[in-house]
Design a protein around this ligand. Structure first.
Ligand SMILES: C[S@@+](CC[C@H](N)C(=O)[O-])C[C@H]1O[C@@H](n2cnc3c(N)ncnc32)[C@H](O)[C@@H]1O
Length: 405
């Protein structure tokens, strides 16, 4: 257990912590000496009581802190790998004023190490239990100087603003105006933003037009942002355990026609192009064709051979009335990754929808098969909305524009 009390226990925790830091460095999640020092200093096990040391310090473990009545996770201690990646993207420096949205204590302690004695860390959470817990753990670990606030972060924390960095640790559907207002002129926001049913952490800096522009981004999964800025994703059930997730309220989906298509024999078409980096490819697909959604299925539909296993974790699907196509992959030694992309398509227009999808797969492999190929812009309440296209996503307070230069 991580009830570390004796000197031996403290020593053991330090050994496991050092192994975690080495692994995070090997994975290039930690790249700077300052972050390595922060991860080496903060005793993560004090923020994950009840977890064995090997879980507390596992680079991908996300101990759950609180769930709602339906089993949905409301709060967790984020995985070290993701925390390190987002903190590197934030480029936190000594003396900075930092706001963390979503508390737990551990990430705030890392931030306190990074900003040092001349900096200031404020962490805000909407949940009184989490605020109390974070305050207690921060005290026990010696980080009393972190300012823990109970509030809905939709309004930011005006009394502690401005902030050089805002680091959001809940999946946000939009960027509330208060965050942009409370950001220093040359500040940076790192936020897990929900886009077309999927989430990317995005490190934004300001652009010259009053909006934000991405410096880097990556795949992530976070608990949902609650309170005034919460948003319920649109889902459409096609069959038992087969669901579409989409951002687009206007996209017309004929669920019954798609269910019939699902039970027709599928066709498969192969692109001759490499399959690699599924997260990057998914973002490209979702933002380069209208009528794209994410298709999810449970194990049962896969066992019945209705859908391929790529749908278990969600895969971009191109919808066309009574037909649909989704991404497939197969081993191919001629490809640099060892895999080739392709599609499975169902329905009366399967051939047509598969052809369009394959064209997108080839385009991505040809021009954008590298990490960070997209540019993501956030335009708060644009006076003239950008022309509608698959890469333009309307939000409550502004518009996200994703381009592939
Ligand atoms: C993944 S947890 C935070 C993890 C934490 N940063 C850590 O050190 O590991 C996400 C937190 O966001 C909080 N949250 C969700 N919506 C919020 C909102 N509108 N305002 C403030 N906190 C919010 C949840 O209560 C939850 O505790």
């Amino acid at each position: 257990m991580s009830d570390v009390t004796t000197d031996n226990d403290v020593e053991e925790a330090a050994i496991v912590r050092a192994a975690m830091v080495r692994e995070l460095r090997d994975q290039r999640a930690i790249r700077s000496e300052s972050l390595a020092a922060a991860f080496t200093s903060v005793p993560r096990h004090l923020f994950t009581p009840g977890e064995p040391l090997k879980v507390a310090y596992a680079v991908d473990a996300t101990p759950i802190v609180k769930t709602d009545g339906n089993g949905l996770t409301l709060s967790s201690v984020s995985a070290p790998h993701l925390q390190a990646t987002m903190l590197e993207a934030a480029a936190v420096e000594p003396g900075m004023r930092v706001l963390e949205v979503g508390s737990g204590g551990y990430n705030a302690a890392l931030l306190a190490e990074l900003v040092g004695d001349n900096g200031r860390v404020t962490t805000v959470d909407i949940d009184p239990d989490i605020v109390e817990r974070a305050g207690t753990f921060l005290h026990e670990a010696g980080y009393d100087h972190v300012h823990v606030v109970l509030a809905d972060a939709e309004q930011g924390v005006p009394m502690a603003a401005p902030f050089d960095r805002i680091i959001v640790t809940a999946g946000s559907w939009d960027i509330p105006p208060a965050w942009i207002e409370q950001l220093a002129d040359d500040g940076r926001i790192v936020v897990p933003l929900r886009l077309k049913g999927t989430t990317r952490w995005i490190a934004f800096g300001r652009d010259s037009g009053g909006g934000l522009v991405s410096r880097s981004y990556g795949l992530c999964v976070f608990v949902p942002f609650q309170g005034a800025g919460s948003h319920t994703e649109r889902t459409v059930t096609i069959d038992v355990g087969v669901v579409l997730r989409l951002d687009d309220e206007d996209l017309k989906v004929d669920a019954e026609a798609l269910r019939r298509a699902l039970h027709l024999p599928r066709i498969e078409r192969w692109s001759g192009a490499v399959f690699d980096m599924p997260d990057e490819l998914a973002l490209f697909l979702l933002t380069n064709a209208p009528n794209m959604a994410l298709l999810y299925s449970g194990q049962e539909a896969v066992d019945q051979e209705l859908l391929a296993s790529s749908t278990l974790k969600g895969v971009p699907v191109l919808l066309d009335g009574d037909s649909f196509a989704y991404r497939a992959a197969r081993e191919n030694d001629d490809m640099s990754s060892g895999y080739e992309s392709g599609v499975y398509a169902h329905g009366p227009a399967a051939e047509n929808v598969a052809t369009r999808y394959v064209e997108l797969l080839r385009q991505w492999a040809d021009k954008y098969c590298w990490r960070g190929a997209a540019s993501i812009q956030y335009i708060p309440k644009p006076a003239t909305p950008p022309a509608p296209s698959a890469g333009v996503i309307a939000k409550r307070h502004g518009t996200v524009v994703i381009t592939w230069p």
